[in-house]
Write a protein that binds this ligand. Structure first.
Ligand SMILES: NC(=O)c1ccc[n+]([C@@H]2O[C@H](COP(=O)([O-])OP(=O)(O)OC[C@H]3O[C@@H](n4cnc5c(N)ncnc54)[C@H](OP(=O)(O)O)[C@@H]3O)[C@@H](O)[C@H]2O)c1
Length: 252
């Protein structure tokens, strides 16, 4: 029996690359996201390799999350790894210029959405027991402040602390929890953040070597397939060409 991985945000970036990585190792896939046509493409492609179940899902909708989990077909129910990847940043401008609605969208997706899916799948993961995994996609922004990060960074700090706290409560169940915190990675992330500004996205990644979706998918797969007595608590990954800046000082 192949193991089953449940991935949120499988339609793009890390989630889509993770679907391919787990499929390459023979895992069965439950792939979710809002864009059904992309899920369908993945099922058509990866379904030739491994069993694939797809479900259109907005993680902000707690009832829909419960329904998707309750209606998992035979052969996809005993989830062994949950990849809580769905998320987004919005509004790269300063906090004082941001629409409140953008803050709410980040909180609803990155915090409430992640909590919705975790809550719905915890009983299944605990039933899977030793070696089961929850892999949460945090960010370097959850640890390190930078201008324009405001609620996005704060939401990823939540992901880090929630991951640690989950570990305390799951002690003895065999379920592992990891916060993967990537730095700059080229996906659709900046296109979403800038509300479709492809030139801004290209500018951000130009002339350097960001992480790729496949780089992070490899890390996600790594932590979920380690020997079952090993738990990576937090894995922070940056491109070699990215580092921190000095403190900003306001001068006369
Ligand atoms: N790229 C980076 O530099 C970076 C760095 C650190 C952390 N991260 C984090 O990594 C995760 C994946 O980001 P990515 O870089 O792969 O970005 P991406 O290419 O934009 O992918 C984001 C995924 O999240 C899904 N998603 C967004 N809102 C959703 C919702 N309400 N319900 C369900 N799915 C939703 C999207 O699917 P649909 O639109 O089809 O729903 C998409 O599949 C995010 O949590 C992000 O915060 C990214």
């Amino acid at each position: 029996m192949s193991k089953i991985v449940f991935i949120t945000g499988a339609t793009s970036g890390f989630g889509r690359a993770a679907a391919r990585r787990f499929a390459a190792d023979g895992w069965s896939l439950v792939l979710t996201g809002r864009r059904m046509e992309r899920l369908q493409e993945l099922q058509d492609d990866l379904g030739r390799q491994v069993p694939v179940h797809i479900a259109a899902l907005d993680v902000r909708d707690a009832e829909a999350v419960q329904q998707v989990v309750a209606e998992l077909p035979e052969g996809f129910r005993q989830v062994h790894a949950l990849i809580n990847n769905a998320g987004l940043a919005l509004a790269p401008q300063a906090a004082q210029q941001v629409d409140l609605a953008d803050w709410h969208t980040m909180i609803d997706t990155n915090i409430k959405g992640l909590v919705n899916v975790t809550h719905a799948l915890l009983p299944t993961l605990i039933a899977s027991g030793r070696g089961a995994s929850i892999v949460n996609l945090g960010s370097v922004a959850g640890q390190w402040p930078y201008p324009g990060s405001h609620v996005y960074g704060a939401s990823k700090a939540f992901v880090q602390q929630f991951s640690y706290n989950l570990r305390c409560d799951l002690q003895g169940t065999g379920v592992r929890v990891t916060d993967i915190a990537p730095g700059m990675a080229e996906t659709e992330f900046t296109l979403v953040r800038t509300k479709g500004d492809q030139a801004a996205s290209d500018r951000l990644y130009r002339g350097t070597e960001p992480l790729s979706a496949e780089d992070i998918a490899e890390q996600i797969f790594y932590v979920a397939s380690l020997p079952e007595h090993i738990n990576i608590n937090r894995l922070e990954v940056m491109p070699t060409r990215q580092a921190w800046s000095p403190f900003a000082v306001d001068r006369d």
